[in-house]
Write a protein of this length. Sequence first.
Length: 162
Amino acid sequence: MPQKPAAPPPERATTPRAAIREALLGGARTPREISERASVCEKDVATHLEHLEKSLKARGERPLAVEQLLRDLRINRIFEGSTEIMHLLIAREAVDTHLSVAGDIIDPEAKLGQKAKAGVRAGAFYARWLPTLAAGGGQVPGGYGAFGLAWEEGQRLPAGLS
């Protein structure tokens, strides 16, 4: 008796909209889950959900779950944006000192004499600064005591931290 050919594997979604739909039907409930399952960025998820919300409203249905997902996406965008801004600020603060000390070394318009002076300044600065990384106040037990106690006497630790 001849065997039937095996059924072809189910096709994956070819568009972001179809992939997002499959992720939603597959049980994804958070923007991150949808994004990971559909292999699309959260911006595409947000765009699709906005279209879905309008479609449901046009049909007279209340898109409560979609509205919740959109709120979550908007909050994630705000949080991720503010985190990226903080990363930039922290990086700038970390680099400012080094650029003020040795910036002329990498400046293409600086003359050779300026670069030599910057090299001497950098050598003196790093001769003092680098040893503090290995044996500075942060390496000494109790070195952060000047910043105060995290918990005042009499306060209780939250559950799970005691």
